[in-house]
Design a protein around this ligand. Structure first.
Ligand code: TGC
Ligand code: FAD
Length: 395
């Protein structure tokens, strides 16, 4: 190996020089979202988390103007960006807070994607432009009190009544629920699982927020109560009548989480590195102690590993070769990895690590939801196990 110029120094913020794997356009998009998060999210999110509020009325239109709502969808006011660009946006949003990435994921990858992929032209025209602009918020109702990992056991039912539908049941743990202008609700019917668009204010439809969460506090989580809700024939998503409908949306959102978790992990690593260099004990910065350096080495390793996986899956998605089993590997590895980084970073910060003055414990607590929603770590392990053994172990 010969070299004429000195190698550039390692950059702690980009150890493996992964920036070089991105195009100029991708870096521009990433930097734009990063600046938004730095200016609008980071200064406020500690307070939102503490008070369990999030100013969705202001944030959603701002995110719409930023172009990240339904960013990877084509037409209807959506940006039509590549999967990799969308992933980079998710990474930056979640480096701010998982709740903000959740808002964007649920809006774009779950509610909007369901309409975009399985809706009628009229439904798309009615909802997608307003949702892309952040003028209408959407939610995605799949989980129920007794049907979480096994959505096929859902009890919410819809039956035909003349040309109308009557929808009855309950959905649980629904992000953005009470703030939504439209709920995408999945229900059993005689024809299989179907999706229904339920506008806010429809008679018989109510929401109730879930309180006392110690995770994802800068995010609204609600129950949806559907008491014989009468809906017109055109409320049903016409193009799907099986569990494939909601599961196809989950593939999109889980893909965003692969990137988002890498962002949350990065934020924790950067906070720990900065703190370790500044904090002095025994007359030396704690970064000079081997035990702390080992923690930082493992953090930077994990953040770079997760980012590489995300970029690879992004390239596969853009090439049309990404499969749900690949997404499961990314979600399982990157969320578990981010949790390890967050827990280790929290220790580096000592007592300061338990306060909201620093981002670490907020990320750590958020990631406890991220590891559970969109398929628990166990569910994704079983998807991967099924793929490598050929034996399905869910039942
Ligand atoms: P199974 O019998 O295997 O399949 C039923 C039908 O679905 C199709 N299918 C898929 N289609 C698209 N993508 C996938 N990943 C798919 N997996 C299966 C399959 O081909 C079949 O189609 P058809 O037409 O033949 O009927 O389904 P199963 O009942 O055995 O379930 C498999 C399992 C366990 C993997 C699935 O149920 C699952 O993923 N469970 C986890 C549930 C989950 O992730 N819920 C998330 C709710 S939403 C949420 O958490 C939002 S959080 C907020 C945020 O994102 O920020
Ligand atoms: P369960 O399915 O009851 O699982 C309990 C435990 O059993 C887990 O450890 C699980 O891994 C394990 N387990 C289950 N089945 C198996 C098996 N076959 N083999 C081995 N272990 C198994 N849902 C929505 O529809 N829309 C939303 O917007 C939404 N937002 C959410 C926001 C937050 C903050 C949270 C926390 C959840 C949200 N969810 C949402 C719900 C989420 O998707 C579910 O919590 C998740 O799918 C798991 O379901 P569960 O909580 O009922 O756990």
């Amino acid at each position: 190996m010969s070299s004429t110029a000195a190698a550039p120094p390692i950059r702690p913020s980009d150890y493996l020089a992964l920036d070089a794997l991105l195009s100029d356009e991708e870096r521009d998009i990433r930097d734009t979202v990063r600046a938004f998060v730095r200016d609008k999210v980071v200064p406020n999110v500690g307070e939102w988390f503490e008070t369990a509020t999030v100013p969705l009325g202001e944030l959603a239109p701002e995110l719409g103007r930023l172009g990240v709502l339904g960013m990877h969808l084509e037409g209807y006011g959506c940006a039509g960006a590549s999967a990799t660009a969308y992933g980079l946006a998710c990474m930056e949003l979640e480096a701010g807070d998982s709740g903000i990435r959740s808002l964007v994921s649920v809006q774009g990858s779950l509610a909007m994607y369901a309409i975009w992929r399985w809706g009628s032209e009229e439904q798309k025209q009615e909802w997608l432009p307003r949702m892309a602009a952040g003028e209408a918020i959407g939610c995605f109702g799949l989980t129920e009190p007794d049907a979480g990992s096994d959505p096929g056991s859902m009890r919410t039912r819809a039956r035909r009544d003349g040309s109308d539908w009557i929808l009855h049941g309950q959905k649980m743990w629904i992000t953005n629920g009470s703030a939504s202008a439209v709920a995408v609700v999945w229900a059993q019917t005689e024809e299989g699982v179907r999706g229904f668009l339920v506008p806010k204010g429809t008679k018989g439809f109510a929401t109730q927020d879930i309180h006392r969460k110690l995770s994802l506090r800068a995010s609204i989580t609600s129950e949806l109560l559907l008491d014989d809700v009468r809906l017109p024939a055109d409320a049903v998503l016409p193009e799907v009548s099986s569990l494939k409908g909601p599961l196809s949306c989950l593939n999109e959102a889980r893909y965003g989480i692969v990137w988002g978790a890498a962002g949350a992990g990065r934020a924790c690593y950067e906070a720990a590195l900065e703190y370790a260099l500044e904090r002095t004990q025994f007359d030396r910065p704690i970064a000079s102690f081997q035990i702390q350096q080992q923690k930082l080495a493992e953090m930077v390793l994990e953040v770079n590993r997760a980012t590489l996986v995300a970029i690879h899956l992004g390239r596969m998605k853009d090439a049309g070769t990404l499969r749900p089993e690949h997404v499961s590997l990314g979600k399982l590895g990157n969320v578990n990895g981010a949790l390890e980084v967050a827990r280790s970073a929290r220790q580096v910060l000592g007592a300061n690590g338990v306060t909201l003055e620093y981002p670490v414990i907020r990320h750590m607590n958020n990631l406890e939801s991220v590891v559970t929603y969109e398929g628990t770590a166990d569910v994704h392990a079983l998807v991967i196990g099924g793929a490598v053994t050929g034996i399905q172990a869910f039942r």
